[in-house]
Design a protein around this ligand. Structure first.
Ligand code: G3H
Ligand code: 13P
Ligand code: ZN
Length: 323
């Protein structure tokens, strides 16, 4: 058993308490490789922001779970070396089984999500409670989910979303003991969040549902998944240099800013990192066709990621300066 506290990591409890009071959200950034992690850490140290490093089960398979623990450990050494003390959580994103959550807890994660949203309400409660009972023994925080987001979450793909039913949230939270709750209010995973007809603009998120959830669970931390803005600049660069992303569209930044000021205290962003990285790699390879040193195209991609994450912390989730 590797205890996250020995790695210098934090669970999400203190981060969320401060975020609720301060009317901002902590960013949940996914990573799969060294360059993404370096960029997230640089941006969060430079902006003095708390951060939740998110690992999906696909990321865990890709990067190797042992190496991941060492990467997270190394990230904490970098924080110390920079003279910073930003809180950092290592979080399992969209855990789908009890066993996966236990395995992550044993390998040093400080927080896990058990995503039982594809199960019935009763089965979701039973699965989530089982994970909470285990995780709380080790002071590890647990995120549950009610309502279904459209898009792809690891191998699970949902064609359509179903909004969270506010009348279910109190029973879910009290019966499971979860520390935070992901809800579905119109966001979705991936780079194609809304199917818009010509001239149509992105529909607003269901702030009415969010408000009712907040009223039913005063002061309780709410999580927003699928919160990439699908930054048009990166989509354009990708398409300019040989990519083919048609009708890619995300959640407008103003809507995320508004959500961050509410009980939403974690905002999940993965796709924007993928897009920024792909844009820079495509641009570099297309404009410098003789280049074959990975450092020469992954390096600029990493620099662009730092710019993008700093912007999110400063202007979108509002976590800059809040560590
Ligand atoms: O919500 C899903 C995240 O973007 C993780 O994606 O399962 O492809 O690593 P992934
Ligand atoms: P995006 O696909 O919008 O980046 O959402 C990421 C996410 O919710 C990770 O859990
Ligand atoms: Zn998600």
């Amino acid at each position: 058993m590797h205890n996250y506290k020995d790695l210098g990591l934090s669970n999400t409890k203190g981060m969320y308490a401060k975020a609720i009071d301060g009317k901002y959200a902590v960013p949940g950034y996914n990573f799969n490789n060294m360059e993404q992690l370096q960029a997230i850490m640089s941006a969060c140290i430079e902006t003095n922001s708390p951060v939740i490093l998110q690992v999906s089960s696909g990321a865990r398979k890709y990067a190797n779970q042992i190496l991941l623990r060492h990467l997270a450990n190394g990230a904490m050494d970098i924080v110390k070396d920079a003279g910073s003390n930003i809180p950092v959580a290592l979080h399992l994103d969209h855990g789908d089984t009890y066993e996966l959550c236990v395995s992550c807890i044993e390998s040093g994660f400080s927080s896990v999500m058990i995503d039982g949203s594809s199960h019935s309400f009763e089965d979701n409660i039973a699965l989530t409670k089982k994970v909470v009972d285990y995780a709380h023994k080790y002071d590890i925080t647990v995120e549950g989910e009610l309502g279904v987001l459209a898009g792809i979450e690891d191998e699970v793909s949902h064609e359509v979303s179903s909004y969270t039913k506010p009348e279910e949230v109190e029973e879910f939270v009290s019966k499971t003991g979860v520390d935070s709750l992901a809800i579905s209010i119109g966001t979705s995973h991936g780079a194609f969040k809304f199917k818009l007809k010509p001239g149509e603009s992105v529909p607003p998120l269901r702030f009415d549902i969010l408000k009712e959830v907040e009223q039913r669970l005063p002061g309780f931390p709410i999580v927003l998944h699928g919160a990439s803005s699908v930054v048009p600049k990166y989509v354009d660069i990708i398409n300019k240099y040989g990519g083919k992303l048609e009708n890619a569209v995300g959640v407008p930044e103003e809507q995320l800013r508004k959500a961050a000021e509410s009980a939403v205290c974690k905002i999940n962003i993965d796709s924007d990192g993928r897009l920024a990285m792909t844009a820079k790699v495509r641009e570099t390879l297309a404009t410098k066709p003789g280049e074959f040193d990975p450092r020469k195209y992954l390096g600029p991609a990493r620099e662009e990621l730092i710019v993008m994450y700093k912007h999110k912390n400063e202007d979108v989730v509002g976590s800059a300066g809040k560590a």
